[in-house]
Design a protein around this ligand. Structure first.
Ligand SMILES: [Zn+2]
Length: 66
């Protein structure tokens, strides 16, 4: 799995996760997005994934009404 810092993950995924929404590595790694030594995202927490699905649903709903 590619390693990205939280900022790069949000930029790539178009999300706005906070450090509370993800599990970050304890040690610093080179981020593949910005090539800086930063703590990288290991995985999303479960409640985050659920909220992401709800967010996608809201987005589709809004688009279809345009
Ligand atoms: Zn980065």
């Amino acid at each position: 799995m590619a390693e990205f810092c939280l900022d790069c993950l949000n930029r790539l995924e178009g999300t706005c996760y906070t450090k509370w929404d993800v599990s970050l590595s304890w040690s610093k790694d080179i981020c593949e997005g910005c090539s800086q030594l930063r703590r990288t995202v290991i995985c999303l927490r479960k409640r985050t994934i659920r909220r992401q699905y709800l967010g996608l649903y809201d987005d589709n709903h809004r688009k279809s009404r345009k």
